[in-house]
Design a protein around this ligand. Structure first.
Ligand SMILES: *Cc1c(COP(=O)(O)O)cnc(C)c1O
Length: 347
């Protein structure tokens, strides 16, 4: 079986805006957000602040810029931030913390797939004239590198408390915090309360084309606004974009559980194929560990069969469920991924 247009499960960022979302974007009321404000952007920022239980939120063109603006404001050059060794901030933002903020990342290798309070405790040293001075703890939930794994509310609270005893603020990279809240059946504000500042993305599972918000105390967001300007992130008629994000929040948040169910289904179908082992997903990301380092061949064969997945590393491939792949489509994709694994791993 082959598809003219392959089913694209490389990421939840591949979603296209729906017709209704495009309509909302086309009809957006706009202003000049750099000059004196854009009404639709202000509406989104107010809604996100309210949902997250923070004083203020600020719209950014990307999650990476929002994370870096947060690091910029929280830290000083020559200090270090602690994050887990697989954190997006450490591994996938081209050393921006070092390059832009002059901050060293101190990666904490967890004992398990997810970084815990015990892992963090072991890396918080007593102040010393010889040791780098820590200035920030960064958490990530759901965790991208750990296959969309969810950190529990209790673990988040424990890490926040530990950071506080060392006088350190916490920034939460919550690109997929929506998924974590859905999986835990909690209001997103409960998770956001475990950090001083939170980044959430609209262009992952929520399916908007562009954007993220950084939320936190009003005074912090005023400084983050300056950082956004400095990083070149001021946007004029940004209401065109924030209308898509607003639409996504209003119409696509409640359906994330469907993506999680599809991912679980896919994991069950694929597990064991050709000796591959699936990490059972908490949310919408399925990591498939191969018995041999043949990820590139599996990706190529799956593509020929009509499904796009991605190589995470030579021994692991990744499939992500999303808005544009309803359950029936994921079922088709699951069978094709299984076939690709069996063929490649048998040969
Ligand atoms: C995607 C992602 C980001 C960055 O978001 P961009 O909008 O792509 O810059 C940050 N953190 C995590 C965990 C992500 O998955």
């Amino acid at each position: 079986m082959s598809h003219a247009t392959p089913i694209d499960l490389r990421s939840d960022t591949v979603t296209r805006p729906t017709a209704a979302m495009r309509q909302a974007m086309a009809n957006a009321e706009v202003g000049d957000d750099v000059l004196d404000g854009d009404p639709t952007t202000q509406q989104l920022e107010a809604l996100v602040a309210e949902r997250l239980g923070k004083e203020k939120a600020l719209f950014f063109p990307s999650g990476s810029m929002a994370n870096q603006a947060a690091i910029w404001v929280h830290t000083r050059p020559g200090t270090e931030l602690l994050c887990d060794a697989d954190a997006h901030i450490y591994r996938w933002e081209i050393a921006a913390a070092a390059g832009l903020c002059g901050v060293q990342c101190h990666p904490v290798q967890g004992q398990g797939a997810l970084f815990t309070v015990d892992d963090l405790r072991g890396h918080l040293r007593a102040p010393s004239i010889h040791a780098p001075e820590p200035s920030l703890v960064c958490l990530e939930n759901t965790h991208n590198g750990a296959g969309g794994a969810v950190t529990s509310l209790a673990d988040m609270q424990a890490m926040q408390q530990l950071a506080a005893t060392h006088g350190l603020p916490v920034h939460l990279d919550g690109a997929r915090l929506w998924n974590a809240a859905t999986a835990l059946q909690l209001p997103i504000s409960a998770l956001a309360a475990c950090a001083d500042t939170v980044m959430v993305s609209f262009s992952k599972g929520l399916g908007a084309p562009v954007g993220a918000c950084l939320a936190g105390p009003a005074e912090f967001i005023t400084k983050a606004h300056r950082a956004r300007k400095r990083f070149g992130g001021g946007m004029r008629q940004s209401g065109i974009l924030t209308a898509g994000a607003l639409f996504a929040l209003q119409h696509h948040y409640d359906r994330l559980a469907e993506d999680h169910a599809s991912a679980t289904y896919l994991a069950q179908v694929v597990d064991g194929a050709g000796g591959a082992r699936v990490v059972m997903p908490h949310t919408n990301i399925v990591m498939i560990d191969l018995p041999t380092r043949r990820a590139a061949q599996v990706v190529t064969r799956a593509r020929e069969l009509g499904v796009r997945i991605s190589e995470w590393h030579p021994g692991r491939v990744r499939a992500v469920t999303h808005l544009n792949a309803p359950a029936g489509v994921v079922a088709t994709a699951a069978a094709l991924i299984r076939q690709a694994l069996e063929e490649v791993l048998a040969s």
